[in-house]
Design a protein around this ligand. Structure first.
Ligand SMILES: [Zn+2]
Length: 302
């Protein structure tokens, strides 16, 4: 199967052409200088005369079945009012699948764990802790995709009160107290800047440039919020597997803190918690897997 997969992120747009699961072509573009017409030209040039059986698009933001609401409009406003599905279907004469990038990453992580020694997960949550908090879910072996694109936005679950995090900071969703506004990289950068009296980013927490006591306190407070998020998801969905990703989630000290905080219920087994394996290709890989799955289901129903 030949799949053209695109990952639209806040920093870069990545395009990959897969022929039977093998990468044949790959291009990258800065999101800041992208437009919809440039993207289409670029993809057309990358594919050339190669056959396309399906187009798969993973994107940050709220992704419905035909459109993308980027939420981060400072860099992705160019895709906001486009009928992405219809336009790409016309362009490539192939079915188009749109999916949130964290959902795509969740499905990629699920697929790499369905072969190997450990028990196959049925219910998997991918939680990315980076500038924001992203979440994607695979339930009973299927990616959770809702028509309006709201499903899995678990970063906007209300967090737990703590002295380190900002109780009254208004989140990008308009509410105070979300986990995203307490535990994300942006939140950690804000909290750290207040502590050290100058503008710094969350990166400083992990490079030894701020006092250890401060970084330990803030990282631990963020890990507590993420443990609360995972616990809430687990008690709702009975997760077998949680995968942590993102620049903060991939820090070894962060994973061990989240794991330690989750060993708290005596009668209920917790999910396995591991770091992500698929790296920066998880969006295009997961979207391609989902498009392939959809295409096979459509063929079976014909
Ligand atoms: Zn929120």
């Amino acid at each position: 199967m030949n799949i053209l997969a695109v990952d639209v992120g806040g920093t870069k747009v990545l395009g990959v052409y897969f022929a039977n699961g093998v990468i044949q072509a790959r291009e990258q573009w800065a999101s800041q200088s992208m437009t919809w017409e440039i993207l289409k030209d670029w993809l057309r040039t990358m594919v050339g005369d190669l056959p396309v059986d399906a187009v798969a698009v993973a994107s940050a933001g709220r992704v419905s079945h035909d459109r993308i609401d980027p939420l981060n409009r400072s860099v992705l406003s160019w895709i906001q009012s486009i009928d992405v599905r219809a336009d790409l279907a016309r362009q490539f004469k192939a079915p188009v699948t749109l999916v949130n990038d964290a959902t795509a990453a969740a499905y990629a992580e699920y697929c790499v764990r369905t072969s190997g020694d450990q028990p196959e997960p049925e219910n998997l949550a991918f939680v990315t802790v980076s500038t924001g908090i992203g979440c994607g879910l695979v339930i009973n072996g299927r990616p959770l995709i809702s028509g309006t694109g709201l499903a899995s936005h678990a970063g906007h679950i209300r967090g737990i009160e703590s002295p380190e995090t900002d109780e009254l900071t208004i989140c990008s969703c308009g509410m105070p107290g979300c986990i995203e506004s307490r535990a994300s990289g942006a939140a950690l950068g804000r909290q750290l800047s207040q502590r050290v009296g100058q503008q710094v980013t969350a990166k400083s927490l992990f490079d030894g440039s701020v006092p250890e006591a401060v970084s330990e306190q803030l990282i631990s407070a963020s890990a507590r919020q993420i443990a609360h998020l995972i616990d809430t998801l687990h008690m709702t969905l009975d997760l077998d597997q949680v995968v942590l990703g993102g620049s903060i989630g991939l820090q070894p000290t962060y994973l061990s803190q989240v794991k330690a905080l989750l060993i708290s219920r005596e009668l209920i087994d917790g999910p396995r918690i591991e770091v992500a394996e698929c790296g920066h290709l998880s969006g295009v890989q997961g979207a391609a897997f989902i498009a392939e799955r959809q295409l096979l289901m459509d063929l079976a129903n014909d």
